[in-house]
Write a protein that binds this ligand. Structure first.
Ligand code: NAD
Ligand code: TYD
Length: 347
C-alpha cells in the first residue's frame, strides 16, 4: 500500500507517520506538507532515515501540483491531516482557513477520484458546535447536526460535507473521523496543554480564558492515530466515526494538573479576556467505533498527561526551537537549494 499523508509535519500527522512507518514497514508513506508555521520537519526526525518514508513540500490547495504528484505516485490511500487548526488564529484570518481546509480538501478529493485512491478525512468534534455546561447527559453522536461556532469549525464542516458529497455523487470510497481534543508529544506550543507546560516550566503566567470553566474531552494522540489506522483498514466507505475517550476536564482542571505535576504555584494562573464565540463543552460518544471496529483507547487522561508532561520536559529543545523560531531553518539546513516546492527528498 502506498499512502499520501498530508499535513504529516504537524502534530497529529507527525505522530501518525511515526506510528505507521514503524507498524507497516512493507507500506510506503509519502508526507505532503506546506511547512506553514505549524509544520516542523524536526517532528519527522524519528523516521527520517526509514526506507518507506519520503517528504514532499507542497500545498494541498495547489491543484496542478497535487494532480501531478498523484498521477506520478498512484497512491492507494490519501489521509488528509493538512489544515489550519488554531481557533484563535481563525478569528484573525478566516479566509486562510477556508482556502486550506475547504478548497484544499476539494483538490485532494478530485485527485483521489481521478487516480482511484481511498480517501480519509481527519475531522474534528468541533463541527458539532458545543454543548451546554449544565447538561452532562448530552454527547455528540455521528447523527448530531453540524452546528459550527468558529471559522475553523465551519471550514472543517464544509470539508466534511464535500467528502460526503464525493461519496454520494461519484462513489468515492471515503471515511471521516471526528475526534475530540488531542494531546501528546510534538504539539505546537500555541495549544492549551503544550502552551501551559512550556510556560509553567519557565515560571511564566498561564493565560486562562474567561473563568476556565469550558470543558474539553481529551484524547492521547496515539489513541487517535490507532483509530485512524483502524478506520482506513476496516471502516465502511461513506461512514463517519466519532473518536473520543470520555476524558472531560475543565480548562482549569487541566492547568492545575500541569502546575501540580511541575510543582509550580497556582498563583501563576492569570485569567484573561475570553475567546470570542468560545465553545463551552465538547463531549464525544465513541460507541460506534468501539462497537463496529473494536477500538478502545489505551491511555487514561492521568497516564497520558503524566507521560506528555515528561516528554515536554525531556524534549525542551524541540519546543524551544519553535519558540525562538529556529525550527524553520531546519528545512533549509537539511535540504537547502535541493528541495524546492514539489521536489522530493530521496528523489
Ligand atoms: P497542526 O496545526 O499541528 O498541523 C497541521 C499541518 O498541516 C502542519 O504541518 C501544516 O504545515 C500543514 N498544512 C497547513 N496548510 C497546508 C497546506 N495548504 N498544504 C499542505 N500542508 C498544510 O494540526 P493538528 O493538530 O496535527 O491537526 C491535524 C488534523 O486533525 C487537522 O485537520 C485538524 O482539524 C484535526 N484535528 C485536530 C485535533 C487537535 O486536538 N489538534 C482534534 C481533532 C481533529
Ligand atoms: P485549544 O488548545 O486552542 O483547542 P480548542 O479551542 O480547539 O479546543 O484550547 C483548548 C481550551 O483551552 C479552549 O477552551 C480554550 C482554552 N485556552 C485557554 O484558556 N488559554 C489559552 O492560552 C489557550 C491557547 C486555550
Amino acid at each position: 500500500m502506498k499512502y499520501l499523508v498530508t499535513g504529516g509535519a504537524g502534530f497529529i500527522g507527525g505522530n501518525f507517520v511515526h506510528y505507521m512507518v514503524k507498524t507497516y514497514p512493507e507500506d510506503q508513506f509519502v508526507v505532503l506538507d506546506l511547512l506553514t508555521y505549524a509544520g516542523n520537519l524536526e517532528t519527522l526526525r524519528p523516521v527520517e532515515d526509514s526506507p518507506n518514508y519520503r517528504f514532499v513540500k507542497g500545498d494541498i490547495a495547489d491543484r496542478e501540483f497535487v494532480m501531478q504528484l498523484c498521477k506520478e505516485e498512484r497512491f492507494d490511500v490519501i489521509v488528509n491531516f493538512a489544515a489550519e487548526t488554531h481557533v484563535d488564529r481563525c478569528i484573525l484570518n478566516p479566509g486562510l482557513f477556508v482556502r486550506t481546509n475547504v478548497m484544499g480538501t476539494q483538490v485532494l478529493l478530485d485527485a483521489a477520484k481521478e487516480y482511484q485512491a481511498r480517501y480519509h478525512q481527519v475531522s474534528t468534534d468541533e463541527v458539532y458546535g458545543d454543548l451546554p455546561l449544565d447538561r452532562p447527559d448530552l454527547y455528540f453522536t455521528e447523527e448530531t447536526p453540524l452546528h459550527t461556532s468558529s471559522p475553523y469549525s465551519a471550514s472543517k464542516a464544509g470539508a466534511d460535507l464535500l467528502v460526503q458529497a464525493y461519496h454520494r455523487t461519484f462513489g468515492l470510497p471515503v471515511t471521516i473521523s471526528r475526534c475530540s481534543n488531542n494531546y501528546g508529544p510534538y504539539q505546537f506550543p500555541e495549544k492549551l496543554i503544550p502552551l501551559m507546560i512550556s510556560r509553567a516550566a519557565a515560571g511564566e503566567r498561564l493565560p486562562v480564558y474567561g473563568k476556565g470553566e469550558n470543558v474539553r474531552d481529551w484524547l492521547h494522540v496515539l489513541d487517535h492515530c490507532r483509530a485512524i489506522d483502524l478506520i482506513i483498514r476496516k471502516g465502511t466507505p461513506g461512514e463517519i466515526y466519532n473518536v473520543g475517550g470520555h476524558n472531560e476536564r475543565t480548562n482549569l482542571q487541566v492547568v492545575k494538573t500541569i502546575l501540580e505535576a511541575l510543582d509550580k504555584p497556582e498563583a501563576l494562573i492569570q485569567y484573561v479576556a475570553d475567546r470570542p464565540g468560545h465553545d463551552r463543552r465538547y463531549a464525544i460518544d465513541p460507541k460506534k467505533i468501539e462497537r463496529e471496529l473494536g477500538w478502545k483507547p489505551l491511555y487514561t487522561f492521568e497516564s497520558g498527561i503524566e507521560e506528555t508532561i515528561r516528554w515536554y520536559l525531556d524534549n525542551e529543545d524541540w519546543w524551544k526551537r519553535i519558540l525562538n523560531g529556529e525550527y524553520q531553518s531546519y528545512f533549509e539546513s537539511m535540504y537547502g537549494e535541493r528541495l524546492k516546492t514539489g521536489e522530493t527528498q530521496k528523489a
